[in-house]
Structure formats: structure tokens, C-alpha cells
Design a protein around this ligand. Structure first.
Ligand code: HEC
Ligand code: HEC
Length: 433
């Protein structure tokens, strides 16, 4: 009962954070009364939807877990039975862990990452063997951290791929190929420097309308990670010479939702253009299709891959890739989930498939005024002149209070990105399409 009330409250919080989610999401069991909460006046029904969704979600979850067995004592219990899958009963530790999924009470997530069921009991530095690891073509810049990513699908559920070709009504072509994950999915991302983990983030699909994100802070011994407060945290790591000390900021749970907003699709990496890449000798979408992970796999040929904007641990841009492709891939992956229709600053659109003309930036005046570092510059994008373009100038700012973009979760200028985006702007000539 307490858990249900907590979810209703959370529904209120998240529908405020969701900023006009007119793009409805395809979910496994959509159609709850709150699913279309597009206007402020519908907030009430959105909340109702959240509570109903929660009930349906936990029922479905218990069902897929194959019974209401005893469970998860240690870790606040609650999350349904132990997995119905093969690994149940493989050992004492595994048998006492909950299934990786939504917590019983969103305000009391499981304290230790090792007890969530989402990581490998034999080595909590790795996701559970049930997870599906993946890579993206154009990653989010996180102050040069290395990252690994995976998702854990509830037993028996599938990923829905949005397809405009299938004649879906109201389909936005620039969102074609986005992947929608079923309720109770857990998305996993780990951040590291020199192979030392600093943070693991779990992003969990609570019910038809709501997701929640949690950060876990790794200990220096690398044996386990502990939940970070909802307001976020700062920490400094000393892994011993020769590794340099690492200062790290853990975003707040509200910050998660600012970026992982409904309009952007909640999950931000998985879409066909991001996932269309060869990993370990095989296209990872082919591999996932072979495992039966999709309701309907993306149609072939797959939507063209986004490109690596510059060389990272995920690889270098391939030969023949244009500066425009690199710059636009970067802006799509790092900015396009906020600067898009329905996003939290929707005056312009930085998604890859939107033409320069329709982006709404070229020779367009700023709405928010100049930034302190360049008080005379008031044009979002001045073709041929990156240094006169507020879009570029804001990427070069470090202070979130002085106009840095993005304004949350990263604090270092991405020099490779400002070079690529600057080169693109400088090559645009001096007129707009
Ligand atoms: C500045 C925006 C931003 C913030 C803040 C942010 N994320 Fe993300 N996150 C992204 C983007 C963009 C991706 C996809 C690109 C990638 O994986 O590099 C992503 C990917 C992820 C993934 C992999 C699944 C996915 O959606 O692609 C997880 C898990 C995740 N984030 C969790 C969190 C959690 C939990 C928080 C809050 C503690 C958080 N994120 C805060 C932007 C953000
Ligand atoms: C978490 C959401 C979010 C992300 C990610 C984000 N922005 Fe923003 N952006 C905003 C918001 C909100 C504003 C308006 C408030 C402000 O000025 O700080 C804004 C303002 C701007 C402006 C000024 C607009 C004007 O008309 O004055 C520019 C330019 C901009 N962003 C570019 C970018 C670029 C480039 C990126 C990626 C490198 C990016 N933003 C990433 C949310 C975001």
C-alpha cells in the first residue's frame, strides 16, 4: 500500500518533469488512462494512470517471474519471485537475489548494487549474465569517461521498434527507428576511468508512463557500489599512482529525467541508427534479432548508422565520413533529446534527420540572450562563422550558470566536439538554405 502511494506521488513528479509529452510511447501494455497525458489539465488522469500502471506492472512482473515465491529478503524484498529462468537455483547467492527490475518502493531503491539482481553475483563490476550488452555509434560526452551499456529485458517480453514505413499514424520521421522497451526493463550504464569504475546507473521502466533513474557510487576497492542520494553527489577517487585522481559528479534523479524525458523516448541510446554497428564481428542488431528480442525486427536494410564524431574507445570515424555527418551525429546524440519537438527547449531541433533549414538555428536570433563570454553574439548559428554562433559558443562554456550546454551532468568542454561542430559551421558558406 505504501509502495502504491509512493508511485502515485512519483507519477505527479514525473508528469511535471515530462514537459508536454505529446509523442506517445509504445509500451508493452499501453492504453492506460494516463498514457496520453499531454496537457496540464490532464495531469490528474496522468497520476491515475501511473497508479494503475503500477498495479498492472507489478502483476505482470510477478507473473513473468514465475510465481510469488519468497524473495529477496536482504534487499528490501518485494520484487516478485526469483527468476523463472535457467539460473534460478544455481547457487546460494543467486537464489537470494531479487530479479533485476523495478524496486518495491521507488523512494527506497536497493542500497547495494550487488543486491539488485542486475549485476553478476560472481563479479558485481559486470552486468548480470542475463543482460544484453550493446554499444552506440555516437555516445554522450561524459567528461571523457569510458562507458559500458546493457539492458535487462523481463522474461518473455520484446522490444518495439518504431517504424514510420509501417504507416503508423503521427509518426515523426526523425524518430523513425527508436526502440521502446517493455515495462520492468532495466537499462544499465557504467562509467570508468582507466578501467576503474566510478558509477553505475540503472534506468528502470516502472509502468506504462514512468521511468526512474538511480546512480550507484563505486568504492575504491571496486567490490561494490552504493546508492547515491536522490539529489546527486560529488566524489573524488584515488585509485593509487600512476592513475590520476578522478573528480566525479553524480547527477540527481531529477537530472536523469531532464535528459531522459518522454519526448526523447525516455531511453536515449537505443535506436536503429545508433545500434547499427558491428560488435565482435557481427552486426549487433542482427545478433539481437537472432535472439528474438524484437516484436518485429527493424526492416532491412537498417536505417543508416550515425557516425562516430571523433575517435574514442568505441572506434574512429570511418574513412569517407563527412564533417557534416560527424557534427550532426554529435548534436543528435548530445543535444537532440532536449532540443526537439516536445523536448525541454523545443525552439529548435538538433536531431540528425532534421534538415538544416528545418533545424531552426541558421541566422536565427537567440531567445535566451547572449552569454557572458560573448555579449555581442545573438545568433544561434551564423553560417561560416562558428565564433559568432551561440550554439557553438555555449558548447565552449564550462560554467552551467553562464550558458554551458548541456547544462547538466558534464563539466568539461568536449574539445573534439567543438572542433567538429566548428568545422561544420565554418564550411557552411554564408547563407542559409
Ligand atoms: C545530460 C543528459 C543526461 C543526463 C543528466 C543523464 N543521462 Fe543517461 N543518457 C544520456 C544519453 C544521451 C544517453 C545515450 C547515449 C549513451 O549511452 O552514451 C544515456 C544513456 C543512459 C543509459 C543507457 C540507456 C539509454 O537510455 O540509452 C542509462 C542506464 C542511463 N543513461 C541512466 C541515467 C541515469 C540513471 C541518470 C541520472 C542519475 C542519467 N542517465 C542522467 C543522457 C543523460
Ligand atoms: C537537458 C536538456 C538540454 C540538453 C541536453 C541541451 N540543452 Fe541546450 N538548452 C536547454 C534549455 C532548457 C535551454 C534554455 C535555458 C538556458 O538558456 O539555459 C537551452 C538553451 C540552449 C541554447 C540557447 C537558445 C536560445 O534561443 O537562446 C543553445 C544555443 C543550446 N541550448 C544549445 C545546445 C547544444 C549545442 C547542446 C548539446 C551540446 C544542448 N543545447 C544540450 C536544454 C538542453
Amino acid at each position: 500500500m505504501a509502495a502504491l502511494r509512493a508511485l502515485v506521488l512519483l507519477g505527479t513528479v514525473l508528469s511535471v518533469a515530462a514537459c508536454g509529452s505529446s509523442a506517445s510511447q509504445t509500451t508493452a501494455d499501453g492504453g492506460s488512462p494516463g498514457a496520453a497525458g499531454a496537457t496540464a489539465s490532464e495531469a490528474g488522469s496522468g497520476v491515475g494512470g501511473a497508479s494503475m500502471g503500477a498495479a498492472a506492472g507489478s502483476a505482470a512482473f510477478g507473473g513473468s517471474a514465475g510465481g510469488s515465491g519468497a524473495v529477496g529478503g536482504a534487499a528490501s524484498g518485494a520484487v516478485g519471485g526469483s527468476s523463472s529462468g535457467g539460473s534460478a537455483g544455481t547457487g546460494g547467492v543467486a537464489a537470494t537475489l531479487p530479479t533485476c527490475g523495478p524496486p518495491a518502493d521507488v523512494f527506497s531503491p536497493i542500497e547495494k548494487l550487488s543486491l539488485t539482481g542486475c549485476v553478476d553475483p560472481a563479479d558485481p563490476r559486470k552486468p548480470t549474465p542475463k543482460a544484453v550488452p550493446y554499444e552506440v555509434n555516437s555516445p554522450l560526452w561524459s567528461d571523457s569517461a569510458d562507458k559500458t551499456r546493457a539492458f535487462i529485458l523481463p522474461v518473455g517480453t520484446k522490444i518495439q521498434v518504431r517504424s514510420c514505413k509501417a504507416g503508423a499514424t503521427g509518426c515523426d520521421p526523425a524518430d523513425d527507428g527508436r526502440w521502446d522497451f517493455p515495462v520492468a526493463t532495466v537499462m544499465y550504464k557504467t562509467f570508468s576511468f582507466n578501467s576503474k569504475l566510478v558509477e553505475t546507473r540503472l534506468f528502470i521502466h516502472l509502468d506504462a508512463d514512468n521511468w526512474v533513474g538511480y546512480s550507484y557510487q563505486w568504492n575504491e576497492a571496486q567490490t561494490d557500489a552504493t546508492i547515491v542520494d536522490s539529489g546527486g553527489a560529488d566524489a573524488t577517487f584515488d585509485f593509487g599512482a600512476p592513475a590520476p585522481a578522478v573528480s566525479w559528479h553524480y547527477p540527481s534523479r531529477d537530472d536523469c529525467m531532464n535528459c531522459h524525458n518522454h519526448a526523447g523516448g525516455s531511453t536515449l541510446g537505443p535506436e536503429t541508427a545508433q545500434m547499427n554497428r558491428v560488435v565482435g564481428g557481427m552486426n549487433q542488431i542482427d545478433a539481437m534479432a537472432a535472439k528474438g528480442l524484437f516484436a518485429t525486427p527493424p526492416s532491412m536494410p537498417y536505417k543508416p548508422a550515425l557516425v562516430a564524431p571523433y575517435a574514442t574507445s568505441l572506434g574512429a570515424p570511418s574513412a569517407g565520413v563527412t564533417t557534416e555527418q560527424k557534427a550532426r551525429s554529435y548534436l543528435h546524440a548530445n543535444c537532440g533529446f532536449c532540443h526537439r519537438p516536445g523536448g525541454n527547449f523545443a525552439n529548435f531541433d538538433l536531431r540528425y534527420d532534421t534538415s538544416l533549414k528545418n533545424m531552426g538555428v541558421c541566422k536565427t536570433d537567440v531567445k535566451k540572450g547572449a552569454i557572458a563570454a560573448a555579449p555581442m553574439k545573438t545568433t544561434l548559428l551564423e553560417p561560416g562563422k562558428s565564433m559568432d554562433s551561440v550554439l557553438w559558443l555555449r558548447m565552449n562554456e564550462v560554467d552551467p550558470n553562464k550558458g554551458r550546454m548541456p547544462q547538466i551532468a558534464s563539466f568539461k568542454v568536449d574539445m573534439d566536439a567543438t572542433r567538429v561542430v566548428g568545422d561544420w559551421i565554418n564550411a557552411l558558406g554564408n547563407s542559409c538554405p
